[in-house]
Design a protein around this ligand. Sequence first.
Ligand SMILES: [Zn+2]
Length: 357
Amino acid sequence: MSKPDLTHLTRRRFLQVAAYGLALGNAGLAAAAGRRTTAPFFRTRGVVLTPDDLTLPDWPKRARMAGLTTLALHAPHSPRRLADYMRSAPGRKFLAACRRHRLAVEYELHAMQDLLPREYFDRAPKMFRMDEKGQRVRDGNLCVHSAPGMQIVADNAVALAQALRPTTGRYFYWGDDGCTWCRCPQCNGLSDSDQALLVANRILEALRKVDARAQVAHLAYHNTLPPPRKVKPEPGIFLEYAPIHRRYDAPFEQSDDAQTRREFELLDANLAVFDRTTAQVLEYWLDASLFSKWKKPAVKVPFLPQVLAADLNTYGRRGIRHVTTFGVYLDAEYVSRHGEPPLQEYGEQLRRWAPDK
Ligand SMILES: [Zn+2]
């Protein structure tokens, strides 16, 4: 379109055009204001941190300023240690700041080592998983066909919920990180995903007795990324999909990397089993720890706004309304080394995304 030639306009005509322009501007503003008052499509807009990241002391304020709804704390190894932290003065201060900034708080936990304490192994090895060589082993997860083992896990999940009570009713008790599940003759017909879901179903049943609105995550990640085939999710189980092995230099859906393609295909496979409206994505867009290969000093997060935008289309158009990212290593040292992480851009894109885009 060419510019209007103002030399041919009379003064009155010019004023009419100007007034029309202003009117359009006001209409545009009104429409924008209308959009702002509409609730964002993504109901959970979160970041997942560890207590070590709270050396950046105003994380809750930063999250609120970025338009996020949720901060989650992650226990990579020991939920019991995280529970101790939440009872300490810094933990209580964090929770108070989240309340002040009206942020939801959740806890994302690799939990089985604590839910079935490892010291029980010497007395009752049958509660523990069998490895590929047919040996019961102390480390990681449990035998899901051990009735006493499952009972202890359920009881301890309820006990832990006293200290780590999410404000949303959404609980995250995952299997131990990267650990296979049981290969005993009874468990062998069940995949790792089936076994993980069996435990989640059991924890949900126990939690519902103390928290009527409890929901429990089934984590699709690494060895549990393929969907369960034999065990069905009970109502109240939600999918949590964490594609740790994808690449971030191109939109998820468009990557030609074979492993990324596989991770992506298993998203739809999981959505065929789980309710998509309660499903949650746990992404790594801001995860300095992943990009640093979990070794400090942290590298700068290679954040690409266009990748996030395309990925939100991928998730949003599938009806997923809960989106979080790890932000581990985004601490005081990170900010002094690399400057501000792209939290505002992340929060803004999540808040503004709409299905008709
Ligand atoms: Zn077993």
